[in-house]
Design a protein around this ligand. Sequence first.
Ligand code: HEC
Ligand code: HEC
Ligand code: HEC
Ligand code: HEC
Ligand code: HEC
Length: 436
Amino acid sequence: MKKFKNLFIYTVICASFALYSCEGPMGPAGKDGKDGVDANETCKLCHNPASVDLISAQYELSKHSYGEAATSEAGNTGCSPCHESEAFKYVCKNNVPSTFTKITGSYKYANDYASVATAAYGEITCSTCHSSLHTTYGASDVPALTTTAAVSMTFFGGAQAINLTQKGGEGNLCVKCHQPRPFTNARTGNVLNYDSLKTFPTAVLYDGNPAGTTNRIKPGYRTHTHYGTAGAIFAGKGGVEFGSGYSNSMHTTVASCQDCHMGDMNGKAGGHTFSAIGNFNGCNVTGCHGANPISSATTSKYWKQTRDNIKSLLDQLAVKLKVGGVEILNRNPDATSNLWVGLTTNNYDGYLNVYDPINNPNGLTNNTGGTFKAASTTGFSAAQITTNNSLPVLTLTNAQMGAIINFQLCLRDYSLGIHNTAYTTTLLTNTLAALP
Ligand code: HEC
Ligand code: HEC
Ligand code: HEC
Ligand code: HEC
Ligand code: HEC
């Protein structure tokens, strides 16, 4: 239906250009003629089977297109900078800062990275990334991207930036949205400082009392770093960097998101699907992996071995993240609701084993009376399941919170270390060492 409508509009616009053309037998309107002919010609630069038509077909396979978040988050000024087309263009155009500012007359802080109610809508489409589309109707309209500028990180309250300069900064376009979201202080709403987590690892972050006034975080099922962690891990920024020895893989400075995610099509991946799943066309190009081409074979040095290693580190970290013998991380074997199913042995999804967000927002400790509320029964004894009173009290140290953040970052990066093997390996290894 939508297609037919577009075709109709297209035909009407083309027809009106033709109307003003001096080619036809139109007579007097000769003066404006030349533009008309050019315009018609430039339409074809893009509107042909090998360009826009083909790319639009690929784009239907992109989650940017078929995903539902743009519909569900419409109208929300805090979510829209990354989920809504108009809001994304708004924050780029107005250079909206990712700072947190103290609200006048209050001890509370506000997150400045937001759009406005009049621009918090629009599905992610061609003009989200190509905002110059149809401004001159010339060939330069489309390669132009909405932004390629360095990205001020929202989860650091703007204290750090990511700048992927390769390929003219095209990766910065992706990172602008594919970056984690900030954790905020439960009392003040200010951005959580990662430095304090690693500098004072044994300090108490959450004392188990939901009414406690000194707790900086009140853990709930959805205490998470959001979904778009790929950009941060790729750039080697964003972890709670316990210990030392951090470095980045070659990819960080040599490859761009587009190289691997927009390579030649293979199955449902490549081109404007933006997906890299099962597509090695972008990886196996001249000058990259030489004698060790990327493949899914069990012997593949860079693919299989890297991913097995990171999976094992994530598994080990999940085992260590326990309170009173109970796992802190949530398991979810359901492939439709867990986007990261299969990436760890126990199918963690990066949420916390504290159920459920609405009825039990304060965690296991608040389970007084009523039914058992943990998301999975794993790790609980039969007695604990029948009597809520015997549930262990969830408490968190700074080190545990840092470990939760790092686990979420590396799991939700999807690639199991392919984006940035060196950084991911050091981050997870040092996190394991930082936990008692
Ligand atoms: C630089 C490339 C480019 C040029 C030149 C260009 N277009 Fe487009 N046009 C696009 C893209 C990209 C889309 C979006 C396709 C989609 O949504 O799948 C589009 C969409 C359209 C649509 C559909 C609008 C809608 O609501 O979805 C019409 C109509 C249209 N173009 C007309 C024209 C006409 C007429 C010309 C020449 C005067 C022209 N275009 C020149 C790239 C171009
Ligand atoms: C305007 C913000 C925005 C920009 C710019 C953007 N993305 Fe996305 N991307 C999203 C959102 C939001 C989703 C999830 C949509 C949904 O689920 O409805 C997504 C989904 C994806 C997915 C699918 C992930 C999955 O869970 O299967 C891939 C792959 C992806 N983006 C890659 C890229 C690449 C590569 C670039 C740069 C060329 C890019 N994105 C630019 C916001 C953006
Ligand atoms: C800094 C950018 C950013 C902000 C702000 C943001 N998101 Fe997202 N969100 C993303 C990206 C990027 C993805 C997709 C990441 C991927 O799949 O790799 C995503 C994915 C999601 C998904 C998962 C969709 C799926 O595929 O299952 C939901 C739901 C979601 N966001 C809701 C929200 C809500 C609600 C807010 C506001 C409270 C919000 N987001 C704010 C960037 C953002
Ligand atoms: C998430 C951001 C994003 C969206 C959405 C997007 N593009 Fe692109 N597009 C890019 C990037 C990045 C490049 C540059 C690719 C490269 O350098 O290899 C590009 C390149 C192009 C090019 C020129 C190079 C080529 O592959 O021929 C065309 C034409 C194009 N896009 C059309 C479209 C159309 C049509 C749509 C909608 C159906 C669309 N784009 C949606 C990011 C996007
Ligand atoms: C060196 C190649 C490479 C580069 C460069 C790269 N990725 Fe990936 N990416 C991958 C691989 C491989 C996967 C995992 C695919 C799979 O699960 O089979 C992946 C997965 C993803 C996914 C989720 C799964 C999907 O649909 O592909 C997102 C989102 C993503 N990357 C975003 C990015 C962003 C944003 C950048 C740039 C900051 C980037 N990637 C740079 C190789 C790369």
